[in-house]
Design a protein. Structure first.
Length: 272
């Protein structure tokens, strides 16, 4: 007998995370989306994975993800509604063997479809899996202070990263590889997906200029915590940017931090 899909850990995680992200103001209206790579064996405890409800084109071909199963948020869906109505607001899809089609296994009960940003998500998953086979989560949101910072700070990988590293002692330990930054681009297109994926080969966090941020990680907690740390650093920057700075974390101290925590950091992003 199949277990209750609404009690599956991966559905529970999506419900809790989307509710939390809405509560803290990162995902207004239908802004933001999450995709989570699932284990087929675990999914099969809750669903007959041979039963495809319907198919949908994904808008590009990603052969490396053929056969992989994801739970994703829906297009036009509000994060605030996911917890109360997961079957309409979430979907479990499998990438078909052609690499161009999504097979719906569960969800989107009202006839909906996956997020319009699915190409960017899948391209990012493919990029991250190529450098970290344990990557499972891609998360997009609009954190207020990170977005505000886009308007008053140079949109440059090194400069943006360095500023954030200066804001909190933990930053260089949490995102030692730095932050990738893109200029403003039209969202929902393959072009922005390709640009994001290119950055994801090097960074787990990618800023979409004047739009929001993409984060990737091994677990939902890790990915959320990564973006949470970036947002806290951006908040501190925005609270202090207009004031004379008396103290800061020096580059030599960042090196000390990185070496103490044993992380591989971008040495060329420091001014030593």
């Amino acid at each position: 007998m199949m277990k209750n899909i609404l009690e599956a850990p991966f559905v529970t995680e999506m419900r809790k995370t989307t509710a939390n992200m809405y509560r803290i103001g990162w995902d207004e209206r239908n802004g933001g989306n999450i995709s989570y790579l699932l284990d087929e064996v675990e999914v099969a405890e809750y669903l007959d994975v041979s039963q495809v409800i319907r198919t949908m084109p994904i808008g590009f071909c990603e052969a490396s993800l053929a056969g992989k199963i994801f739970i994703v948020t829906g297009s036009g869906k509000y994060f605030k509604n996911v917890d109360d109505d997961p079957e309409n607001n979430l979907g479990i899809i499998r990438i078909a063997q052609d690499g161009e089609t999504a097979e719906l296994l569960w969800g989107f009960k009202d006839g909906g479809k996956f997020t319009s940003e699915l190409p960017a998500h899948l391209m990012s998953h493919a990029a991250r899996l190529s450098v970290d086979p344990e990557n499972r989560v891609v998360m997009h949101c609009h954190p207020t202070h990170t977005l505000a910072m886009n308007y008053v700070h140079e949109l440059d990988d090194k400069k943006f990263t360095h500023t954030l590293w200066e804001m909190c002692t933990e930053c260089i330990a949490i995102f030692p590889e730095g932050i990738g930054v893109l200029p403003w681009m039209l969202c929902g297109t393959n072009s922005i997906g390709e640009a994001t994926a290119a950055k994801m080969k090097e960074f787990r966090t990618v800023i979409w200029g004047m739009h929001g941020v993409y984060g990737a990680g091994k677990t939902m907690d890790e990915t959320f915590g990564l973006l949470e740390t970036v947002e806290k650093a951006a908040q501190i920057y925005m609270l202090t940017a207009h004031l004379p700075r008396i103290n800061t974390i020096k580059d030599e101290e960042m090196v000390e931090l990185a070496e103490y925590f044993g992380v591989k950091y971008k040495k060329d992003f420091l001014n030593l």
